[in-house]
Design a protein around this ligand. Structure first.
Ligand code: CP
Ligand code: NVA
Length: 302
């Protein structure tokens, strides 16, 4: 059984196949409307926290490939309300669907759920990682700039769940990664150690200007993630020098692109002129999630 949990769990060649197939799915929707390989298949989506893009892109992916969906929002089920154990919910859901996509508060609960499930599961974001997002970012980057291998990606700001998956991707897709974060909000130590052990081309710095120097792409994310239990005011103050603005964009390559997984807090981690500027590819990034989800679902089911 194939689960899609973290990018470091999956072989490089398999990840490359998922991206290449996503590109084919994107072309197919324009040329052929009658391709329904997921007819009769049911995806169960479980949300412990809100989602716009992940929810709708998975929904569209299933619908465009002829499949069906069941959606459980927080408090919709006994599991969400705390009235049934993870084990028992997983056993029952395994009989109702063919595959699960879960957005979980705690990664350890996600793993516990996955271990009790008899059907594949996809990580639709946890407090630790967000692999589906980064797969879509790779597709978007390559659509615009060619193979990502040996290109330079810069990440500014919070060393959060999206940054975690980006670090894993830098190893699996062989790109240079420069992360600028303040000491207090650096990415997970274990994943940095894993990446360094795999000879990743990775720079962790406090200096945003050093990180973005000649980058092909600058990425960032909200300073306060869902469920982040921090002093928000204090965290935002510490992260202020890591804002992506026009001045920072100028230090990257002239044709560099700007990516953000969204939702964004305009005026905080990114200014309006960058979000809405010519280098921003945020809308394409959101669109491509549909096609990457199709590819991930198919990979898990095959
Ligand atoms: N980027 C992303 O996962 O967005 P949602 O939280 O809207 O799903
Ligand atoms: N880091 C953000 C990503 C949202 C898609 C969060 O976890 O809230």
């Amino acid at each position: 059984m194939k689960n899609f949990i973290n990018l470091s769990d999956i072989n490089k060649k398999e990840l490359r196949k998922i991206i290449d197939h996503a590109k084919i799915y994107k072309k197919k929707i324009l040329t052929s409307k009658s391709y329904y390989p997921l007819k009769g298949k049911v995806l169960i989506m479980i949300f412990e926290k809100p989602s716009t893009r992940t929810r709708i892109s998975f929904e569209l992916a299933m619908k465009q490939l002829g499949g069906e969906l069941l959606i459980l929002n927080p408090k919709d089920s006994h599991y969400g309300g705390g009235g049934e154990s993870i084990h028992d919910t997983a056993k029952v859901l395994s009989q109702y669907g063919d595959i699960v996509m879960m957005r979980a508060n705690k990664h350890e609960n996600f793993l516990k759920f996955s271990k009790n499930l008899d059907i594949p599961i996809i990580n639709g974001l946890t407090d630790l990682s967000h692999p589906c997002q980064i797969m879509s970012d790779i597709m978007t980057f390559e659509e615009l700039k060619g193979p990502i291998s040996n290109k330079k990606i810069a990440w500014l700001g919070d060393g959060n769940n999206v940054a975690f998956s980006l670090i894993e991707a830098s190893v699996q897709f062989n790109f240079e990664l420069a992360i600028a974060s303040p000491k207090k909000f650096k990415p997970d130590k274990k994943i940095i150690a894993w990446a360094k052990n795999k000879k990743a081309k990775i720079l962790i710095t406090k200096d945003p200007e050093e990180a973005v120097n000649l980058a092909d792409c600058i990425m960032t994310d909200k300073w306060i993630s869902m469920g982040d239990k921090v002093n928000k005011k204090k965290k935002k103050k510490i992260l202020k020098p890591y804002q992506v603005n026009k001045k920072i964009m100028k230090l990257a390559k002239k044709d560099a692109i700007f990516m953000h997984c969204l939702p964004a807090s305009r005026g905080e981690e990114v200014t309006n002129d960058v979000m809405d500027g010519k280098q921003s590819v945020v809308w394409l990034g959101a669109l491509n999630r549909i096609h990457v989800q199709k590819s991930i679902i198919q990979w898990c089911l095959k």
